[in-house]
Design a protein around this ligand. Structure first.
Ligand SMILES: NC(=O)c1ccc[n+]([C@@H]2O[C@H](COP(=O)([O-])OP(=O)(O)OC[C@H]3O[C@@H](n4cnc5c(N)ncnc54)[C@H](O)[C@@H]3O)[C@@H](O)[C@H]2O)c1
Length: 248
């Protein structure tokens, strides 16, 4: 099936690499136009060039409200916002510093809050879909991911609060979260780089997925297409797991 997002104007944060780039590629393949928002201008511009006229890069650091306001001031209409930008800080309650914890929250939680809040003027007139990239770590805790667990749990619940508000207001805006298991992207490489024993960490990731491998970015992008499309019109406030059976 193609053209499932025909004519939709979409905005993907963290769209320059990993899951965001896979989502941007699929969205364009399904007929959408895509604004790729990221702090990595080189990778974002390169992807926009690869995707041709349907894609444009915008420099955005999701931590900063003034940047969101300036970016959305140039957007008359947005049908789909994917709050995907995120980082992962490895460490337990004993390891992680307050500064690291706050940094994780600034990107993974404050970024989602600001995007969901300030997109509304460009979305409420016609309705739309907000897709928040949480994680399996947002519903199941691990000892060595205190900051990431807390941040992604906040995203999971913020999604439901927004979904209820939008439904009560009759905005026609849906808000859902995606919960990937370990998907092989740059983020996994960055997490392994923080570990004393990266190979053991990787083997541990594989072992927690009954399917017996890590996921692929395209497998998460497929879920994003469903949630962005009108096929999911009766779906809001829900958690969508793409985790190779990890949560069974
Ligand atoms: N890869 C996984 O296994 C996995 C699993 C579950 C959830 N997730 C979530 O999926 C999302 C994407 O992860 P990924 O694996 O593609 O990571 P990635 O590191 O490959 O890509 C993240 C992107 O976000 C951008 N970014 C970082 N900070 C930013 C900021 N302040 N403002 C704007 N952009 C910023 C980066 O430049 C990068 O392009 C994250 O929210 C992550 O927590 C990933």
């Amino acid at each position: 099936m193609t053209g499932r997002l025909q004519g939709k104007v979409t905005f993907v944060t963290g769209g320059a690499s990993g899951l965001g780039a896979a989502i941007a590629r699929r969205f364009v393949g399904e007929g959408a136009s895509v604004l790729i928002a990221d702090v990595d201008a080189a990778a974002g511009e390169a992807l926009a060039t690869e995707l041709g006229g349907a894609a444009r890069f915008v420099a955005l650091d999701v931590r900063f409200e003034d940047q969101w306001l300036a970016t959305f001031a140039t957007c008359e209409r947005i049908d789909v916002l994917v709050n995907n930008a995120g980082i992962t800080t490895l460490g337990s309650i004993e390891d992680v510093t307050l500064e690291q914890f706050r940094h994780e929250f600034d990107i993974d939680v404050v970024g989602v809050f600001l995007g969901s809040k300030h997109v509304l003027p460009a979305m409420t007139t016609h309705g739309g879909s907000i897709i928040n990239m949480s994680s399996l770590c947002g519903v199941r805790a691990q000892a060595d991911l205190i900051a990431y667990n807390a941040a992604k749990a906040a995203v999971t619940h913020m999604t439901k609060s927004c979904a209820l508000h939008f439904a009560q207001k009759g905005y026609g805006i849906r808000c859902n979260s995606i919960h990937p298991g370990a998907i092989h992207t740059d983020m996994i490489d960055k997490v392994m780089a923080q570990s004393d024993d990266p190979q053991a960490l990787y083997a541990g990731f594989v072992a927690t997925h009954p399917i017996g491998r890590l996921g692929k970015p395209e497998e998460v992008a497929a879920m994003a297409v469903y949630l962005a499309s009108d096929e999911s019109a009766f779906t809001t406030g829900a958690e969508f797991r793409v985790d190779g059976g990890s949560s069974i």
